[in-house]
Design a protein around this ligand. Structure first.
Ligand code: SAH
Length: 463
């Protein structure tokens, strides 16, 4: 981010603009929305500018820029429609100590003016650092359509009520009140009785909310998917939007945590295969404590929370404490991994069932029905299988599996650093060790990538 967006208080401050034709007019239409003291320097000003000057909305000086014109100015715009003159004006203004914008000249500008969606006091500023003005216009159009013209009125009246609303306890109660006002009570009152109906509606709404007993806390066990934020469900996004607390595992990516409500408390209780971790009992206690305190807790687990997520232990802790919970499913690593290699987990005539296995459990390497799995056509998605590869390979070969059975390992499925390694059961080790996997990896037993393009490491190289 080269340009940092801020909102600047211009009320009563001096803003100077050099120029009197099209570029100047475009900027002035925006600047006239502010409470700045505007001065325009133009030898030959357009009629609108003359009119605005006559109406007292700006001060007009009929000449070009001279040294000292921008003294004490907060902002200076060079908008003369003449590059050389803009450069001269900008130089003088900078010498006077003003922040300078040169119209259509990013390199010569110390600040840029964003595209604006104006629902004063709600203002949306859109900037692309000059990279894609067309995109900025498209986003502006979409927002103009989406944000009701009444939003400004709602926000202006709402602002005057903020103090009164402090009678509600800080946090969720107050948030719910405002959400109710903006989503429902406000627009309805405005439609029924216009602006005068808003204050009485706010009073009624406040009484209503003050009368409510404290809403109980709640935990939702949310699947964060395999890592790509685009693979979150809408429900997961909504839960993150309203969370007071987010308790997440190690595999949940920073891009997904970014989506949590800005004020939310984010707690990492990451567990790594054999490495350091927060005890399950401590995690359960942490969730219970926050829900008891009346908070909306999101327990964020990678993939789908119902798959190798120790979900039941956490649910039992909630039930034991008599607390409320729900589940939002997510896309599991197996789904993301088969998608990455263009395959299906099940296929007519090949396998009518698929197994989700774990490479290790709490006691060590996990045992399974190897004889069943060793039969031709079987497919299994093996979670937490990195360190168990040699064990899996040994067990399956011992039970008669064909060493040529395809095996594909997908590391960091759905993420920017995704890797796919195609091999066979006979070569699974040493292939896996040599691949030096750093991220989470899923072993797809019985599946090869459908096309060479779906492999990030060529077969020969992996071998
Ligand atoms: N609940 C999760 C699984 C948790 S167990 C789910 O449904 O996906 C953790 C294991 O999941 C890891 O050891 C790895 O085998 C697998 N895994 C999780 N995210 C992955 C990813 N992005 N790519 C490959 N494997 C992943």
């Amino acid at each position: 981010m080269q340009h940092f967006p801020i909102f600047m208080d211009l009320a009563g401050h001096r803003v100077v603009l050099a120029g009197g034709s099209d570029a100047a007019l475009a900027k002035l239409r925006l600047l006239l929305k502010t409470e700045a003291r505007l001065t325009v320097l133009a030898a030959d000003p357009a009629p609108e500018i003359v009119r605005w000057a006559a109406e007292g909305r700006l001060r007009l000086v009929r000449r070009g820029v001279e040294p000292g014109d921008a003294l004490c100015a907060a902002l200076f715009y060079a908008a003369t429609d003449d590059d050389a003159e803009d450069a001269r004006a900008a130089r003088l203004a900078r010498a006077d100590g003003a922040l300078v914008n040169m119209v259509d000249n990013l390199a010569g500008s110390q600040f840029i003016t964003p595209a604006i969606v104006d629902r004063d006091p709600v203002t949306v500023a859109i900037g692309t650092e000059g990279a894609a003005p067309v995109l900025a216009r498209t986003i502006k159009r979409e927002l103009e359509e989406r944000l009701s013209p009444a939003l400004g009125t709602l926000a202006r009246i709402g602002k005057g009520f903020r103090h009164a609303a402090e009678r509600l306890p800080f946090g969720r109660a107050r948030r719910d009140f405002w959400a109710d006002y903006y989503d429902r009570a406000g627009p309805r009152a405005l439609a029924d009785g216009g602006e005068p109906a808003l204050m009485p509606a706010l009073d009624r709404l406040l009484e209503d909310h003050l009368g409510r007993t404290d809403a109980p806390g709640h935990v939702v066990f949310v699947g964060a998917g395999p890592g790509d934020p685009d693979l979150l469900t809408m429900k997961a996004r909504k839960a993150l939007d309203t969370a007071d607390v987010v308790i997440h595992d190690r595999l949940v990516t920073p891009q997904i945590l970014e989506l949590a409500r800005r004020e939310a408390l984010i707690l990492d209780v990451g567990k790594e295969g054999f490495g350091p971790h927060t005890e399950q009992g401590d995690i359960n206690a942490l969730i219970v404590a926050h829900v008891r305190a009346g908070q909306q807790v999101v327990r964020l687990k990678s993939g789908d929370p119902t798959i190798f997520g120790r979900l039941d232990e956490e649910i039992e802790a909630m039930e034991g404490a008599g607390l409320d919970w729900s589940i939002v499913p997510g896309i599991t690593a197996a789904s993301a991994s088969v998608a990455a290699i263009g395959q299906s987990l099940t296929r007519r005539g090949r396998n009518g069932s698929v197994r989700l296995l774990t490479g290790h459990d709490m006691k060590g390497f996990a045992d399974h029905d190897w004889a069943q799995l060793a039969r031709p056509g079987e497919v299994a998605a093996i979670y937490m299988g990195k360190r168990a590869a040699r064990f899996l390979q040994g067990r399956l070969l011992m039970h008669g599996a064909d060493p040529a059975t395809p095996v594909t390992v997908v590391e960091n499925a759905s993420r920017a650093d995704e890797r796919r390694i195609a091999t066979t059961l006979g070569l699974l080790e040493p292939t896996l060790t040599e691949a030096n996997l750093g991220g989470p990896a899923l072993v797809l037993y019985g599946l090869a990538p459908r096309r060479a393009a779906e492999m990030s490491i060529p077969l020969q190289e992996a071998l």
